[in-house]
Design a protein around this ligand. Structure first.
Ligand code: UDP
Length: 327
């Protein structure tokens, strides 16, 4: 079975990608420094601990496993933290990715699937974003991901590296079999925070701003089920294997939900009201991020199957009943 190097395979999306890779007949080799990931989440293939900035360690892992491709998920990904500690984002997300890309090229591993973000687009009023929307990131997180996209283009021109870049919208939900799920420490994402608030594991959720220019005043996001998202990655890997060349795809559903709408779906699914209070805006947040997925549908044949809000919340809820990872 062909090996695929999965950076961040101990994290939320990476662990789901490892399961999907295994189901698709690949061996996922997780490379993760466990700063935000969990060794308990590595269930579907070998684990190699290491940092993206450690070129020697990367070279060893490439030599040992000879992966046919890289799926690069490992990154710092919190908008709030990126506003207060931008240096960490540039060093880890850009410096680390550059080191990884150089190691991949040196090892002759030239198929590269990269998790980028809709945060590279920044603010575009009342527009459904597509891949040609100008990228004007509002925070160091988005800026760092855009910089890696640029590195990939330069390395294609110079070294023949082929990349599929996925710009994610908001990812939610969990493996329906509850083998892996979403767990960050500290947690900052809306769906797991809501669930923890319902379970009484934390104080009330704070809704970050009700004065946005949206129908109910709260921010609107496009939520995609993590299993649909990783399905797209398998299709992206096959796209590269088929020699179709570098391409960027947005992964959204075209449907936006406000924070208040997510709270009310959660109430309906779990039968419990989410304890919440209203707070000020969070620095770096955009009013609305919604994307069509016309290109991913037409070219990759991607079709979201589980990305209804109720399905995402119920899958997340099921996983959260089964306990959390431990270090
Ligand atoms: N949000 C919120 N309270 C929280 C966490 C998030 O109101 O405690 C809002 C946030 O402002 C955004 C949406 O929920 O509009 C999704 O935020 P999340 O951090 O989950 O993802 P992001 O949009 O930053 O990628």
């Amino acid at each position: 079975m062909a090996n695929v190097l999965v950076t961040g395979g101990a994290g939320y999306i990476g662990s789901h990608a490892c399961k999907a890779l295994k189901q698709a007949g690949y061996t996922p080799v997780t490379y993760d420094n466990l700063v935000t990931g969990w060794q308990d989440a590595v269930k579907f293939g070998p684990f190699e601990q290491g940092d993206l900035t450690d070129r020697g360690r990367l070279d060893e892992v490439f030599a040992q496993y000879k992966p046919v491709a890289v799926m690069h998920f490992a990154a710092l990904s919190q908008v709030g933290e990126a506003m207060s500690e931008p240096g960490r984002y540039w060093a880890n997300n850009v410096g680390g990715s550059l080191c990884l890309i150089e190691a991949a090229v040196a090892a002759g591993c030239l198929d590269f699937v990269f998790s980028s973000t809709c945060a590279t687009y920044g603010e575009h009023d009342n527009v459904v974003l597509d891949e040609n929307t100008p990228q004007q990131p509002l925070n160091a997180y988005g800026a760092s991901k855009r910089a890696v996209e640029d590195i990939l283009k330069d390395f294609e021109a110079a070294h023949g590296l082929r990349s599929v870049i996925f710009r994610y919208f908001n990812v939610a939900g969990a493996d329906p079999e509850a083998e892996v799920g979403e767990f960050h420490q500290p947690e900052t994402h809306l769906v797991p925070l809501m669930i923890q608030a319902i379970k009484g594991e934390r104080a009330a959720l704070t809704v970050f701003g009700t004065d946005y220019d949206t129908p109910d005043g709260t921010c609107i996001r496009d939520y995609v089920h993590v299993c649909d998202l990783v399905d797209a990655h398998i299709l992206g890997l096959k796209w590269l294997e088929d020699g179709k060349g570098s391409r960027v795809f947005n992964l959204g559903t075209g449907t936006g939900f406000s924070v208040k709408e997510v709270l009310s779906h959660s109430h309906a699914v779990t039968n419990t009201e989410v304890p919440h209070v209203i707070g000020p805006r969070r620095a770096g947040d955009c009013t609305k991020l919604v994307s069509g997925s016309v290109r991913a549908g037409e070219e990759l044949g991607w079709e979201p199957k589980r990305s209804t809000m109720d399905q995402m919340i119920s899958d997340a809820w099921r996983w959260h009943q089964s306990g959390y990872y431990e270090r």
